[in-house]
Design a protein around this ligand. Structure first.
Ligand code: 5AD
Ligand code: SF4
Length: 468
């Protein structure tokens, strides 16, 4: 595959532009507000936009009302996203009337669908800037142009995508953060819009990934999630994902926890299972979207595995990786899904015993193969199946949780939960959430806990005193 790289010169130009904006707007106390929809990939893109805005002299606004620039980073994976975005963008009109110098930008996956982007741009004349997913690198020059000329900008280009290194990132505060290892997707699952709006698969250089992980650890993050639409197809000059995982693990010994997301079952190798089992700081959790429990539907979805293949992976993971937990994504109501297909999905959910699952009603996405099928399932059937699936899922949780009574492990304390008695909460390595009594000064640290009971789909326990 041809790989277009964002060169040193491009980076220098970007940074110079941002510094020029900072010089021009110095003392104006400009503020930014970014509203993000969708997945972690989008969240992380927003962190990059924020990084550029901070370099340009902006600070974060707490509310939209005090912002000088508002950016909507949109998603189009499921319906309603479009309606919601159109609605929320519409609300900004009032703010524009109160603050005429307010800049309103809309970007992200939904804007990469050119027709939708055009519709939004013409429907809302007060939107100043619309840009697609391949334009992050052009954000500095677009912002400068807007500030200088106050002319609307529409920039959506077709591209396989590229790998951009070195732009500043303003990470959400906390103890866990994300590092991209690859972009795009080549899988073309027949229901999914992602390959059309995120371009082809392209992997980052291992040394750039390791450098970024080192940087975030130096900034104080304890946990890193390596991100990709399908991390298992990471490939940089022959380096595979399990090799990359080992590299990051070994090169950054100060990193306390290493996670990764998302794994496509068709590419999950024995080598990865072994790496998960052997590397002590790699978390014992895998997000393994199954999508359906019917082989017929999996085939129509172009998932390229059978339920038997999937169950074999589950077996192998459980045999090799101590205390491993699985989470998944499931779609109900894919075109042509019969009651029998749906029952097979419920059966699979019962037999796997997931720690958790994200369940969705199928939503036709224009331009995808499945959206063109004539055997679409009525909305009410989809809704009803979704409810039934969620009930099946919930019925599997107690059995999965009860085995934890008496379990001991470390949690990374994330915060205080105020539903009822205030309790600290944090996750075990395998992603199970545990609530314990304790002082809020423990937030951000690893504490050993013992599980005494269940709380919702989580665990309740106490802090185990360690010998000093
Ligand atoms: N309809 C419903 N759910 C979808 N997903 C992706 N595309 C669609 C769609 N058209 C779900 C899949 C995927 C998750 C991120 O979103 O389950 O794994
Ligand atoms: Fe979409 Fe399938 Fe790619 Fe995941 S692997 S992003 S579901 S096309």
């Amino acid at each position: 595959m041809e790989r277009t790289e964002f060169g040193e010169n491009d980076l220098r130009l970007c940074l110079e532009t941002l510094d020029r904006i900072e010089a021009k707007t110095h003392g104006m106390n400009l503020k930014y507000y970014i509203e993000t929809y969708g997945c972690q990939m989008n969240e992380h893109d927003s962190e990059k936009l924020a990084g550029m805005l901070v370099r340009a002299g902006y600070t974060k606004a707490e509310t939209k009302n005090e912002a000088d620039i508002i950016i909507f980073n949109t998603c189009c994976v499921r319906e309603h996203a479009e309606k919601r975005t159109f609605g929320n963008v519409g609300f900004i009109k009032e703010l524009k009337q109160l603050n005429p110098r307010l800049i309103l930008g809309v970007c992200g996956c939904m804007m990469q669908q050119k027709e939708v982007a055009k519709r939004l741009f013409s429907r809302f004349p007060f939107v100043d800037l619309v840009f697609g997913t391949h334009e992050l690198k052009n954000f500095p020059s677009m912002l400068e142009k807007l500030l200088d000329e106050q002319e609307r900008i529409f920039r959506v280009t077709e591209s396989d995508g590229e790998v951009i290194e070195g732009l500043p990132v303003e990470r959400a505060p906390g103890f866990a953060t994300f590092v991209n290892i690859m972009y795009g997707c080549n899988n073309f699952c027949t229901y999914c819009i992602v390959p059309y709006v995120r371009g082809r698969e392209r992997s980052r250089k291992p040394e750039d990934i390791v450098r970024e992980v080192r940087e975030v650890v130096a900034e104080g993050y304890s946990e890193v999630t390596l991100l990709g639409q399908n991390v298992n197809s990471y490939n940089y000059d022959g380096m595979t994902f399990p090799q990359l995982l080992r590299l990051v693990h070994d090169e950054v010994p100060e990193l306390k926890r290493l996670r990764f997301m998302t794994s496509h079952p068709k590419d999950l190798s024995d080598e990865l299972i072994l790496a998960m089992a052997e590397l002590d700081r790699v978390c014992k959790h895998i997000h393994l979207p199954v999508q359906s429990g019917s082989d017929r539907i999996l085939k129509l979805m172009n998932r390229r595995y059978t339920t038997a293949d999937y169950m074999l992976l589950v077996e192998k993971l459980r045999a090799a990786v101590l205390n491993v937990e699985l989470t998944t994504d499931i779609i109900v109501g894919f075109p042509g899904e019969t009651e029998e297909d749906f029952e097979s999905t419920c059966e699979l959910v019962r037999s796997v015993g997931y720690a958790n699952a994200y369940t969705f009603a199928y939503s036709p996405r224009e331009g995808t193969i499945a959206a063109a099928r004539e055997d679409q399932i009525p909305e009410e059937v989809k809704k009803e199946r979704l409810n039934r699936l969620n009930a099946v899922l919930a019925s599997t949780f107690p059995a999965n949780n009860e085995k934890y009574i008496g379990f001991e492990g470390d949690i990374l304390v994330e915060g205080v939960d105020h539903r009822g008695e205030p309790l600290l909460f944090g996750k075990l390595s395998n992603f199970k959430m545990v609530y314990v009594e304790g002082d809020k000064s423990l937030i951000g640290s690893f504490v050993p806990v013992k599980v005494d009971g269940l709380r919702f789909n989580s665990l309740y326990g106490h802090i185990v005193k360690t010998e000093a």
